[in-house]
Design a protein around this ligand. Sequence first.
Ligand code: PAP
Length: 331
Amino acid sequence: MESSLPSTQNLDFGESAERKDEAKSYKEMISTFPRVQWWSYYEGFWYHSMLLEGIMSAQDHFIPQSTDIFITSSPKTGTTWLKALTFAICTRSRLSGSSASALLTKMPHECVPLLEYHRAQNPMKRDCAVPLVSTHVPYSSLPKSVVSSCCKMIYICRDAKDAFVSLWHFIAELQRSRNVEPLSLEEAFELFCSGISGYGPYWDHVLGYWRASLEFPEKVLFLTYEEMKKDTAAHVKKLAEFMGCSFTLEEEEEGEVQKIVSMCSFDKLSNLEVNKNGTHSLDTLIDVKNSAFFRKGEIGDWKNNLTPEMGARLDDIMEQKLKGSGLKLPR
Ligand code: PAP
């Protein structure tokens, strides 16, 4: 079966001849890595090779700004929402009262670039006044320049069953739009349970950031989608405090926190014209409908897709893998 993403053959990750040579050498290295379907295995995790070039390039070249804050996550765990919230929080004073108005016309992924795409690695192409960069790269494979910096990181994770179902729908949609037959849910589930999914194993991704949050609590904030849903306003305040831009009493009295909660809610964002009908270019490599990032936004949708046996199996795997870590993910 073909991949839903383009092959790395014709990708141009850089402008100069030097960068082109480098891209070629990444491709050569990647071609030697273990491979299952379109996933290549690198430093303990599975990646689409297209993204792997961007990751290796980031590892070699990316230099963060000292004020950067990294929005980190495994795919489909709440990244779009967290990007919207953090963007709204840290741009609120720039927007003279019209909190997060950029989100009305720009998809959250356009507001906060992804590290493994070339745009984020090139300061010329970033809005450096917004100190946010996102990444799905596991903690252990982050560029050394990021880990050794004083930059803060915010990690969001989610019940594995919902993350898997969300991922499967997203990839199936991508594949259909490229006239590629989607992987069956059962096939994708088997792969996911054996650790093979984009940036998987899922549990190792979660554990990497969980342990970092225990070791460096002032630097790594660990959140869950489910807790954030339960009390979004408290999370908005917590995020602002962690990001070093707490709400003033006056802002709180003026309802700024609630404005941000409402602006970034699933209902609000998913009904905006830009997110209903726009497309989002994954670093000019592939166009994806923005609506694909806003499916249901619910907790527990796995029940409509997986059998109770499949759910119990993934719960068991997660329990086994997280055992002894002190982390219990919501189910
Ligand atoms: P990404 O990794 O491709 O960026 P990500 O945003 O992490 O995706 O996850 C998408 C999920 O977040 C979708 O979940 P679902 O498939 O179970 O519905 C999407 O609906 C959900 N989502 C997007 N925006 C919001 C939001 N504002 N509030 C709550 N959930 C949201």
